[in-house]
Write a protein that binds this ligand. Structure first.
Ligand code: RIB
Ligand code: CA
Length: 329
C-alpha cells in the first residue's frame, strides 16, 4: 500500500456484513480524518443482507455519517447456500443490543451499481475494503470490468496463512463465498490480505470497553457495548477489534508487516474448501516447476501488525482523550 505521506484523505469504499466488528470498522472509518468514506455496500454474511443493511445504517447514524450512501447487495454467495455467524455476532448481528433502527433508507441502487457509480465518480482511484464475503466485489468485477482501473488497491479482511475459524482450514469471509474470493484474487489488482494471522492481535480490554460504554459520545458508547459483548461471549478479559484493524491499516499502512506471496483459494476440498493457500515456498525452482503455474499477481499478505499502535489509533480516533490502561507502549 502507498504510504500516507499525502495529507488528503484516502477515498475508501467499505463492503460489509455488519456484524459487531464491521460496526467497529464503520465507526473508525467515519471518524478518521484520513478516510473519505464514499459509500458502503452490504452483503449477506454475519447476518442476512437485510439485517446487515439495518445494522449498517444505524451504525452510520450513530457516528453522524448520515450522508454516506448505503446499498443492499447479494443476499447469498455465488454458489453456496446462505450461512451466518449469529453464534459470534448475536441474532441481529449487533450483539442483540436492541438498538433502534435508522429512519434512513438505503439507496435504491443495488450494491453493485452503487459500487460502480462511486468508483466512476471518485476524484481519484479508490481503496476498496471488503470486510465480508466478497460476493458483491466479484459481481462488480464481472459485470463492470472497466471499474478495475478506478481501484487503487483492495485491502480485504479474509483468509489466513495458518489456521481457519469457520472451519479448521478456512476463514469465514472466504469460506462463505470461495468462488467470489477466487475471482477477486485473480483479478490482477493490487491486493492486501488482512487475515487471521493478524485479525485477533488488535484487542481492547474489558476495562477500556467499560470506559467507552460510559462515554457520552454515542459512537464511543456503541463501540464499548459491542466490544463488551465480545469479551463476555469469549469469557475473557479482552476482545479483538476485528475488521476495524483493516481500516487502521488503510489509515496507517506501516502498521502491517506484509510479504508478497501467490495465494490460491481452495474450491474443491471436502475439508479445505475456502482455504487461502499462501504459497511461501522459498525455492523459486519448485515454484516455477509447479504444474499449476502461478496466479496473475502476488498478494501482500499481512503476517504481523503493530497491535499496540493499531489499538491506540482506533481508540484515539473513535474516543479521543480516553485513557487506555491496556496500552503497553
Ligand atoms: O472471520 C472474521 C470475519 O468474518 C470478519 O469480517 C467478521 O465480521 C466476519 O465477516
Ligand atoms: Ca465482517
Amino acid at each position: 500500500m502507498s504510504s500516507r505521506a499525502d495529507v488528503s484523505p484516502t477515498p475508501v469504499i467499505l463492503d460489509v456484513d455488519t456484524g459487531v466488528d464491521d460496526a467497529l470498522a464503520l465507526l473508525l472509518a467515519t471518524r478518521s480524518p484520513a478516510i473519505d468514506l464514499l459509500a458502503v455496500s452490504c452483503v449477506a454474511g454475519n447476518a442476512n443482507v437485510d439485517q446487515v443493511v439495518r445494522n449498517t445504517l444505524l451504525v452510520l447514524d450513530t457516528a453522524g455519517a448520515v450522508d454516506v450512501p448505503v446499498a443492499r447487495g447479494a443476499d447469498r454467495a455465488l454458489l453456496d447456500p446462505l450461512r451466518d455467524a449469529r453464534h459470534v455476532h448475536g441474532e441481529d448481528g449487533m450483539a442483540d443490543l436492541g438498538l433502534p433502527p435508522s429512519t434512513r433508507q438505503p439507496s435504491d441502487l443495488h450494491a453493485v451499481e452503487l459500487l460502480r457509480t462511486a468508483l466512476e465518480q471518485a476524484s481519484r482511484p479508490v481503496t476498496l475494503v471488503p470486510l465480508a464475503p466478497m460476493t458483491n466485489i466479484a459481481l462488480l468485477l464481472r459485470t463492470y470490468p472497466h471499474v478495475a482501473q478506478r481501484i487503487e488497491r483492495i485491502v480485504f479482511m479474509g483468509g489466513a496463512a495458518a489456521v481457519g475459524n469457520a472451519t479448521a482450514a478456512a476463514e469465514f469471509n472466504i469460506w462463505h463465498d470461495p468462488e467470489a474470493a477466487a475471482i477477486v484474487l485473480t483479478s490482477g489488482l493490487p491486493v492486501t490480505m488482512y487475515g487471521l494471522d493478524v485479525f485477533y492481535d488488535v484487542t481492547v480490554d474489558a476495562t477500556v470497553a467499560a470506559a467507552l460504554s460510559a462515554s457520552e459520545d454515542p459512537a464511543a458508547k456503541l463501540a464499548g457495548r459491542l466490544i463488551a459483548h465480545q469479551v463476555q461471549r469469549l469469557g475473557g478479559t479482552a476482545a479483538t477489534i476485528g475488521d476495524a484493524g483493516v481500516v487502521a491499516a488503510v489509515i496507517a499502512p506501516d502498521l502491517l508487516t506484509t510479504v508478497s506471496h501467490p495465494v490460491r483459494i481452495e474450491l474443491a476440498g471436502t475439508w479445505t474448501r475456502g482455504q487461502t493457500i499462501v504459497d511461501r515456498r522459498a525455492w523459486v525452482g519448485d515454484v516455477v516447476a509447479d504444474p499449476h503455474g502461478l496466479p496473475p499477481a502476488d498478494v501482500d499478505v499481512a503476517l504481523g501488525i503493530d497491535s499496540d499502535r493499531a489499538r491506540r489509533l482506533f481508540l484515539d480516533t473513535v474516543a479521543p482523550g480516553l485513557p487506555d490502561p491496556g496500552d503497553s507502549t
